[in-house]
Design a protein around this ligand. Structure first.
Ligand code: ADP
Ligand code: TRP
Length: 319
């Protein structure tokens, strides 16, 4: 199966992103043809500061590589290193009815939140369609907010195929419905917009602060505690196997330990779980040349696929 996903280089990654999106992607690398890129052209729609965009793209690349994207198994690149996608974006624009874009929720939501209603933001789904269609993508793993964009890509592909014959593979969105939503420090869905996250690469003192902000009740230290409703337990169990989970339940039921102890344990569990990724991340950021080399290796592989596809498209459009 050919799976493609674009990752926004924005903000710090949290454990909700990890269990909901990154871990399934890492696991899929063994049995699929995975194409993964850092969507830095898309990031320009919400930020036009070159230095920040450059830093964010490199930080995101380091983070995903550190967490387990294997550039030998997957094709992993920076979107702007394969410029064919912009050419295809323009060609697809000729097949994109205004009405299709006017119906896009994401555009309306972003403008309502104060982003400039620029042409770039409006045509964001066409660039996303180009990302997807350029590589004959079969499956696109996305969060719920991106399903409509994959449907738009599919609609555009159908229109082109009607005109030119079977040129594009019709993509499908894949949503990880069965994966549980990770809850944040306040018990709501963990999200950077709610500021209730535990961040994977946070400095030690920041992580400690994030964990200590988890809301708990006022059960006294000596008393038994209810693990079922405890937000600390809920997160800690993500890092434990069955035996570890049962042992922690027993500690809650026994009493004699306060929430501070359990928060300390969660801190240790998280640091242990991400120890390798955290040190790899620091290493990659200190060696930007190594990072760039890995990205260039991926871009070269992606370009090989892109140029074969573009040749077929040039013939049709008369270029
Ligand atoms: P955020 O809500 O922090 O802005 P994004 O919307 O950037 O996160 O999400 C990126 C990916 O991570 C999406 O595929 C989304 O489904 C997944 N994800 C985000 N938050 C969670 C969560 N709390 N639990 C499970 N998956 C999540
Ligand atoms: N729009 C996606 C997001 O915000 C990122 C993205 C860009 C993407 N191009 C893509 C995702 C192609 C999947 C396929 O998360």
């Amino acid at each position: 199966m050919r799976i493609l996903t674009g990752l926004q280089p924005s903000g710090d990654l949290h454990i909700g992103n990890f269990f909901g999106a990154i871990k399934p992607m890492i696991e899929a690398q063994d049995d699929n043809e995975m194409l993964i890129f850092i969507a830095n052209y898309h990031a320009m729609t919400s930020n036009q500061n070159g230095e920040i965009l450059r830093q964010n793209a490199l930080k995101a690349a380091a983070a995903f590589l550190a967490l387990g994207i294997d550039p030998k198994k997957s094709i992993f690149w920076l979107q702007s290193d394969v410029k064919e996608v912009l050419e295809l974006y323009w060609i697809l624009s000729q097949f994109t009815p205004m009405g299709l874009l006017e119906r896009a929720h994401s555009f309306k939501d972003k403008v309502a939140k104060g982003l400039n209603a620029s042409h770039g933001l409006f045509s964001y789904p066409v660039l996303m369609a180009a990302d997807i269609l350029l590589f004959d993508t079969q499956l696109v793993p996305v969060g719920k907010d991106q399903i409509q964009h994959v449907e738009i890509a599919r609609d555009i592909a159908l229109k082109v195929n009607n005109e030119w014959g079977e040129l594009f593979t019709l993509p499908e969105a894949k949503i990880n419905e069965d994966l549980a939503v990770v809850l944040g420090t306040d018990g709501a869905k963990m999200s950077k917009s709610y500021k209730n996250t535990l961040d994977i690469f946070a400095p030690l003192n920041t992580l400690k602060k994030q964990i200590s902000s988890i809301i708990t009740d006022s059960t006294p230290l000596e008393s038994p505690k209810d693990w079922q409703t405890c937000k600390v337990f809920n997160i800690a169990k993500l890092f434990l196997d069955e035996k570890g989970t049962n042992e922690l339940k027993a500690r809650y039921e026994r009493g004699g330990e306060g929430y501070g102890h359990f928060k300390g344990l969660l801190n240790e569990l998280m640091l242990e779980y991400f120890a390798k990724a955290r040190s790899e991340y620091e290493l990659l950021l200190k060696e930007p040349n190594k990072l760039k080399e890995l990205l260039e290796f991926g871009a070269k592989r992606a370009k090989e696929l892109a140029s074969v596809k573009m040749q077929k498209i040039y013939e049709k459009i008369g270029l």
